[in-house]
Design a protein around this ligand. Structure first.
Ligand code: HEM
Length: 321
């Protein structure tokens, strides 16, 4: 359910439309994405031993991953892009796909790298990078609320005092909800869902301190070494939103807060993700009290896959309104 809701946000941005929660094609595409997320851990052995791709069968599931990607492109992304090409109207640009087509046409004949295959790859990247990440952090929020009920209560009280229950939270409410903002910030630090960042390579020989990185060598920026550094945070394995509040209860940013990485290639979805996290989590806490079922407080030990996720758990949502 969370995954479908978040994927629909990406679909609104990319294609300008949402899908019904029972739409068979959308459900099949989401199923392909979830299977790929689950298989990514075992398939990554190909990065180290590429030769295993020639083994018979598909024990590391990489053929399954490729089939799922091919299905998603053929049945979902290509038809949507073709529809956008057919109905293209320069004066009605309402989503990423039509904006891309407009730019591509403006630069035609100038040797641009913009092309339909590049658009298809970008759309796939946005769905891939934007759905599982945000959905996983929302699952972590629930797992943490069940382990730290006082944090959930404080968020609820702040929402109740500043918004009430007659309307949904909006982005304009953030300045009045510093504890909620601190909670969501601490959530991404604590959950540390992309602990090894995304692989990069140096384009030329590069010297840093006493190290030399030869051209093309792979670099993994270990975000975990900052996000869970005891010297920086004191108690990194405690979920403590207060660390992002000053003594007057105002929200404070910290340079060491880098769950979206940093530099030129930092996550391009950070502002969208922060908006989604705020609107989903504040809206959920406003309407429901989340409690664990007896004797089943969720484990906070992550499962390692394409992102660090909480183990599956049961949660009871008691309506507040
Ligand atoms: C809470 C959720 C998210 C987290 C924690 C997260 C984290 C990250 C991290 C650590 C990177 C690697 C940056 C680097 O290479 O140094 C990244 C890259 C990226 N993210 Fe996110 N992300 C999130 C949500 C999103 C969303 C919602 C989108 C899309 C709308 C998105 C799109 C991307 C893309 C396209 C890249 C590659 C950027 C590039 O190589 O230039 N992410 N993200």
């Amino acid at each position: 359910m969370v995954f479908t809701a978040v994927a629909n946000v990406i679909s609104s941005v990319v294609f300008g439309r949402r899908y019904d929660y029972n739409d068979p094609l959308f459900l099949k595409v989401l199923n392909c994405m979830e299977e790929n997320v689950a298989s990514f851990g075992s398939a990554s052995i190909l990065n180290i031993f590429p030769v295993v791709r020639y083994l018979p069968g598909d024990i590391f599931k990489f053929k399954k991953i490729l089939d799922n990607l091919a299905f998603t492109e053929r049945e979902f992304i290509h038809p949507m892009i073709n529809d956008h090409m057919d109905c293209y109207d320069e004066d009605n640009i309402h989503d990423f796909t039509s904006a891309y087509i407009k730019e591509m046409r403006h630069h035609e004949g100038e040797g641009t790298t913009m092309s339909i295959p590049d658009l298809q790859a970008s759309v796939l990247d946005l769905f891939g990078a934007g759905s599982e990440t945000t959905a996983t952090l929302i699952r972590w929020a629930l797992a943490l609320f069940l382990n730290y009920p006082d944090v959930q209560d404080k968020c609820f009280r702040e929402i109740e005092e500043n918004i009430g229950s007659s309307r949904k939270p909006s982005m304009a409410d953030i300045p009045n909800l510093p504890y909620v903002e601190a909670t969501i910030t601490e959530l991404a630090r604590y959950a540390n869902i992309v602990p090894t960042g995304v692989p990069h390579a140096v384009s030329r020989d590069f010297h840093f301190q006493e190290y030399t990185f030869p051209a093309d060598v792979m670099i993994l920026p270990i975000l975990d070494s900052v996000l869970h550094d005891e010297a920086l945070w004191g108690d990194p394995y405690n979920f403590r939103p207060q660390r992002f509040l000053d003594e007057d209860g105002r929200f404070v940013k910290k340079d060491e807060y880098i769950p979206f990485s940093l530099g030129r290639r930092a996550c391009l979805g950070e502002s969208l993700a922060r908006m989604e996290l705020f609107l989903f989590i504040a809206g959920m806490v406003q309407r429901y009290r989340f409690v664990s079922v007896p004797d089943a407080v969720p484990s906070l030990i992550p499962v390692c896959g394409i992102v660090f996720s909480p183990k599956p758990f049961l949660v009871k949502a008691v309506p507040r309104i």
